[in-house]
Write a protein that binds this ligand. Structure first.
Ligand code: UD1
Ligand code: PEP
Length: 429
């Protein structure tokens, strides 16, 4: 199995192109199930989760065609992919496929809306908490579906189609908002979703659905209204830049020092994280090409953060920020409020010499002068990349095992960092 080998100590300088967002690409691909015409997605990142979802969608009958590059086009630019579900050939999403990633469960919304029936295995995804699906079940029931859980599958029926309804999410859920919004586009009548997620990926999906003929207003606020239509049609949509990839590289540069332009990044997608970085003493400058991150030899200041739904500090950047704080001056308190088990990186950061203590949902990180390279591994995607960030400054060699987690969500990670001067490579462990 591959591993990432890093020799710490290099300062990062140069440019890093930001890819299309994994967490927007996945629901956008799933939206292709809602129409028999082609959905063309530009700027789709090359990621393991995208490949995995392609397999799941192909099981339902979605054809997948990657457009060749035009002459002169950057070979590293995101892909353009045509997805077309001319016919749904299978309404069952089986355990083997769905158990590998959380987002695959979201097919339940479009399949039920288009076909009036489906059975979808309970999902997998990053091991960061129990991650129940009660909001999906209650929300789809509010749209008239009859739902049973049978042998690990959610079996959903709406033989006469879904009907518009009102659902208030008990707490903010990105995936349940995506799913109910997609389902409601083909329901008879108007649906109101209250306390909906306001994440940029929800807005991106809504924009794509609107381009497909859906009638949606309020995406990006906490109340989304969807007036059902009889049919959706094909459309072309470009996946928005990855705010978590952006924040990850921003923290890497803050960690090593240097000066890097994150090209194609959009500051409005992660303002809270950028504000926190500024407080650490890192320079954050927005220009017409993206976001420039720089830090000279001045020490990093410890800053405390609590994760929160958008526009708050994202839980998907919590591990990376913790890595940064391991080298800051003073003690930082990091509070995780979204997932109950998202501190799995703490013990691995400790292997590199970090000083972190845990008390329930709070981590207290006291900065140290040096980290030292070691063999580490993580159990989820963002935890894995936090170890890469720490490895970039740790003395000597760090080997990050279980690299498949990184491949789920970071496109060409080692190439992007190496191009800015990091000593990092993929090796066969
Ligand atoms: C592929 C993707 O986009 N994944 C993102 C998505 O995950 P995901 O959509 O799974 O996360 P949610 O927003 O649904 O989860 C938020 C909280 O709600 C709880 N909950 C959710 C649904 C439900 O039916 N019942 C319930 O209790 C969850 O356990 C969690 O505590 O949003 C998370 C929060 O920003 C991010 O960390 C993930 O990277
Ligand atoms: C938690 C994540 O992904 P997933 O929801 O697919 O597990 C993530 O992207 O950080």
């Amino acid at each position: 199995m591959d591993a990432i080998r890093i020799v710490g100590g290099a300062v990062l300088n140069g440019e890093i192109p930001i890819s299309g967002a994994k967490n927007a690409a996945l629901p956008l691909m799933i939206a292709s199930l809602l129409t028999d015409e082609a959905l063309i997605l530009d700027n789709l990142p090359r990621l393991r989760d995208v490949q995995q979802l392609q397999q799941i969608l192909s099981n339902h009958g979605v054809s997948y065609m990657i457009e060749g590059k035009r002459p002169g086009q950057d070979t590293m630019a995101g892909q353009t992919v045509h997805l077309q579900a001319e016919e749904i050939i299978d309404t069952c999403a089986p355990y083997d496929l769905v158990s590998k990633m959380r987002a695959s469960f979201w097919v339940i919304g479009p399949l039920l809306a288009r076909m009036g029936h489906c059975s979808v295995s309970l999902p997998g995804g990053c091991a960061i908490g129990t991650r129940p699906v009660d909001f999906f079940i209650d929300g789809l029931a509010a749209l008239g579906a009859k739902i049973e859980i049978e042998n690990g599958y959610v079996v959903a029926d709406a033989p006469d189609g879904l009907a518009g309804g009102e659902y208030t999410f008990p707490r903010i859920s990105v995936g349940a908002t995506h799913t109910l919004m997609m389902a409601a586009t083909l329901a008879k009548g108007t649906t109101t979703l209250k306390q909906a997620a306001k994440e940029p990926e929800v807005v991106d999906l809504a924009e794509c659905l609107i381009a497909m003929g859906a009638k949606i207003s309020g995406a990006g606020t906490d109340t989304i209204t969807i007036e059902g239509v009889e049919k959706l049609h094909g459309a072309r949509h470009s996946v928005l830049p990855d705010r978590i990839e952006t924040g990850t590289y921003a923290m890497a540069v803050a960690m090593t020092g240097g000066d890097v332009l994150l090209t194609g990044a959009r500051a409005d997608l992660l303002q809270s994280a950028l504000d926190v970085l500024t407080q650490t003493g890192t320079t954050v400058e927005v220009n017409d090409k993206g976001i420039r991150i720089a830090r000279n030899s001045a020490a990093l200041k410890a800053v405390s953060v609590a994760t929160d739904p958008f526009p708050g500090f994202p839980t998907d950047l919590q591990a990376q920020f913790m890595a940064l704080m391991t080298m800051a001056e003073g003690t930082s308190t990091i509070t995780e409020t979204i997932f109950e088990n998202r501190f799995m990186h703490v013990q691995e950061l400790a292997r590199l010499g970090a000083k972190i203590s845990l008390d329930g949902q709070k981590a207290y990180v006291t900065g140290v002068d040096t980290l030292k390279g070691a063999q580490v591994m993580a159990t989820d995607l963002r935890a894995s990349v936090s170890l890469v960030i720490a490895g970039l400054v740790a003395e000597g060699e760090t080997k990050v095992n279980r690299v498949y987690h990184l491949d789920r969500g970071f496109e060409r990670l080692e190439d992007k960092l190496a191009a800015c001067g990091a000593t990092i490579e993929r090796i066969s462990a």
